[in-house]
Design a protein around this ligand. Structure first.
Ligand code: PLP
Length: 384
């Protein structure tokens, strides 16, 4: 199946062999670790699950590349395996990275704490630094790293400016595209070099798999794949089987989540118990115009300030009947969390204030429950 087919069709068929393996409409799970190998010249490379080349891996690698519009894809054992392995593969010891300061906590901690121990350096920049990034450049600066939508306030950097800065300075450009998912945004088309995903989130969509993905040019993905073999972050075949099943419904899930999140955000914005709502689809979002220009949909993630203390916000969350109070995102069930207790728990009060993350900020990952049921549940929990 080629890229000329539509996204929805590719999500189902891309990478899947025809005629189907063993005649099975669903690609069978090849849970085996190793495969027969006699070393004959025409046999190709050894097949072994850690090398990410079993049939279940190969299907996904192809499908992910197609959905992001890249030459090659690679699934990994987690989003963090994709992120850490890619950065280490493409930035040599002694190399320096420019990274957005507002990153997912695990990525921020990896860069802040582990990266220097592994002989690499990082400088974090804020959204207001983008106009003058050149002042952070060092002789060994190799790459720039951003997220297409930031957590938890859904900020959107000027991604065109990031790409042109990277090109002008011959830097690798990395982007974590987990929040929009390839349904809403394809960063490679904008000029990014490497797209990363926590496939745990929208790609799988059912909150039952930990996985990651890297998509980019063949030569880059090969280098990352080589290091992945040695660091050992391959995806288990059963997780690969489940992830492929999840991806088949990605387009329909995210289309509904886009619509539902917008309606929920509009409803919350009008409510007197809500101080502010951060959702890129609302005209009140500071980067609404940019989101409209860059993305095909505004996504299923939003955040809002509850009018009250953190403890009062917690009591409100406990009154919700449908959403689960839990971290993570991108699944079929709605999840709510207070970022000061989860993704941002290690930040100092000053840093939280600077980033605009308050005690009563609530992040919502909108699932695929009926929109009206969700709105009624939020309204009824807000009544008390
Ligand atoms: N990137 C983003 C934006 C995330 O939200 C997460 C996890 O929450 C990750 C990366 C890490 O992914 P994983 O938990 O699959 O390792």
């Amino acid at each position: 199946m080629t890229e000329e087919k539509s996204f929805r069709t590719n999500a189902i068929h891309s990478g899947e062999p025809r005629p189907p393996l063993c005649g099975s409409v669903v690609p069978p799970l090849f849970q085996g670790a190793t495969y027969e190998f006699f070393g004959e010249p025409n046999e190709g490379p050894v097949r072994y699950a850690r090398l990410s080349n079993t049939p279940n891996h190969v299907i996904l690698n192809t499908k992910l590349a197609t959905l992001e519009g890249g030459e090659a894809g690679l699934v990994t054992a987690s989003g963090m395996a994709a992120i850490s392995t890619s950065l280490l593969a493409l930035i040599p010891p002694g190399g320096h990275l420019l990274a957005q300061e507002n990153l997912y906590g695990g990525t921020f901690q990896f860069l802040n704490e582990d990266f220097p121990k592994l002989g690499r350096r990082v400088t974090f920049f804020g959204e207001n630094d983008l106009a003058d990034l050149g002042r952070f450049m060092e002789k060994d600066t190799r790459a720039i790293y951003v997220e297409s939508v930031s957590n938890p306030l859904m900020k959107i950097l000027d991604l065109n400016a990031v790409v042109s800065f990277a090109r002008k300075n011959k830097l690798f450009s990395f982007v974590d595209n987990t929040f929009p998912s390839p349904v809403n945004f394809n960063p490679l088309a904008l000029g990014f070099d490497i797209v990363l995903h926590s496939a745990t989130k929208y790609l799988n969509g059912h909150t039952d798999v930990i996985a990651g993905a890297v998509i980019g040019r063949k030569e880059h993905v090969q280098l990352i794949g080589r290091l992945l073999k040695h660091l050992g972050g391959a995806l288990d075949p059963f997780a690969a089987y489940l992830l492929n099943r999840g991806i088949k419904t990605l387009a329909v899930r995210v289309a509904y989540q886009n619509e539902s999140a917008l309606k929920l955000a509009q409803n919350l914005e009008k409510h007197p118990k809500i101080r502010a709502v951060a959702y890129p689809g609302l005209p009140s979002h500071p980067q609404h115009a940019r989101a409209k220009e860059l993305f095909r949909g505004f996504g299923g993630m939003l955040a809002f300030e509850y009018e009250g203390t953190g403890a009062e916000a917690d009591r409100f969350l406990k009154r919700l009947k449908l959403p689960f109070v839990a971290p993570s995102l991108g699944g079929v069930e709605t999840l709510v969390t207070r970022p000061v207790l989860t993704s941002h728990s290690w930040f100092s009060p000053e840093e939280l204030k600077r980033q605009g993350v308050g005690e009563s900020l609530v992040r919502v990952s909108v699932g695929i429950e009926d929109t009206q049921d969700l709105i009624e549940d939020f309204n009824s929990a807000l009544k008390n």
